[in-house]
Design a protein around this ligand. Structure first.
Ligand SMILES: Nc1ncnc2c1ncn2[C@@H]1O[C@H](COP(=O)(O)OP(=O)(O)OP(=O)(O)O)[C@@H](O)[C@H]1O
Length: 294
């Protein structure tokens, strides 16, 4: 089996200093071991309740947070030990989409800048005309009209438009992997569906593999593909969405499924959910921060 364009986590653990825990530490990720393959391209959802460690895993994969234990490899090499050129290749091939794209944009610059920075940083075009043509093509690919978004400042666009600019950036870069951390939780239902459809298009038409982080099971259903269920920093179940959702093997997955509110007003949601926040275990090391990926 080829290890080229494969992201593999082995025994990843992430602890943080934390006040109010018995030993002063909190384990955000207890034990994460899984691989993401670029071939064939796939959508893998990572689902779990708030605080279960999903975003921490995304930050680990993006190289923003070095795990306190375990390894993350790309093409068989530890991502925290890559050479400069290997790291550039990794950054190009593993692209993030975050919940709040507003933080990516500088409010003093037009949104065009995010796209031009990608063109320049990754040498996507040799002339200004070719760069502009690429930007316009990518905006159209995510259902944005270049005339209506280019030249605008971030606050002049809606949240859904800002998110799609980030998708246009991904369309230009054609990474092997998209790490999407709760990207649709602030969008309304219609824009959310459009966003998910674009990600599915990226998979089918451009061969991108997406790790989709969410706490929303209806989104997981919609995306299909594979799902991993995380509970208290530990991946407890993985499999095809239909299989895991219809025949869950882990009690936590069953609890998660039982906690979906019923849309039927005659069948009101009466059970109370208990959120267990006791995730603290002793430390092995302290965390270090790395440089931002964009
Ligand atoms: N830099 C940090 N320092 C200390 N604790 C942290 C840090 N980052 C995350 N945590 C803690 O680690 C745990 C997991 O957080 P994480 O953001 O990964 O969860 P999540 O599953 O993504 O939650 P949500 O769905 O609410 O975003 C939480 O208890 C959080 O408070």
């Amino acid at each position: 089996m080829t290890t080229d364009k494969v992201i593999e986590l082995r025994g990843v653990q992430q602890r943080f200093h934390a006040r109010g825990t018995p030993d002063g530490y909190l384990t955000a990720v207890a034990d994460a071991s899984f691989r993401l393959d670029a071939h064939p391209p796939q959508v893998v959802s990572l689902v779990g309740q708030s605080g279960s460690g999903k975003s921490t895993i995304a930050r680990n994969i993006l190289g923003l947070q070095r795990p306190t234990d375990g390894t993350i490899t790309y093409g068989g090499k530890d991502i925290f030990k890559l050479s400069r050129s290997e790291y550039d290749d990794y950054r190009r091939n593993v692209q993030p989409v975050f919940q709040d794209p507003y933080s990516i944009f500088n409010p003093f610059y037009r949104v065009d800048r995010v796209l031009w920075k990608a063109v320049k940083k990754f040498s996507l075009a040799t002339t200004r005309e070719a760069g502009l043509a690429l930007i316009e093509e990518s905006l159209r690919a995510v259902s944005l009209d270049p005339d209506r978004v280019l030249g605008r400042y971030p606050h002049q666009l809606s949240g859904g438009q800002r998110q799609r600019i980030m998708l246009a950036r991904i369309h230009m870069l054609r990474p092997a992997f998209v790490i999407a951390d709760e990207p649709v939780s602030m969008l309304d239902a219609q824009i959310r569906k459009m966003f998910l459809d674009i990600l599915l298009d990226f998979q089918r038409a451009h061969g991108m593999t997406t790790l989709f982080i969410t706490h929303d099971l209806s989104t997981v259903y919609y995306l299909g593909g594979q799902v991993m269920v995380i509970n208290k920093g530990e991946i407890v179940e993985r499999g095809p969405v239909t299989e895991v959702m219809h025949t869950p093997t882990h009690p936590y997955t069953r609890l998660l499924l039982d906690s979906i509110p019923q849309p039927d007003p005659d069948a009101r949601w009466t059970t109370r959910i208990t959120v267990d926040e006791s995730t603290a275990t002793p430390p092995t090391d302290t965390a270090t921060e790395a440089t931002p990926i964009i």
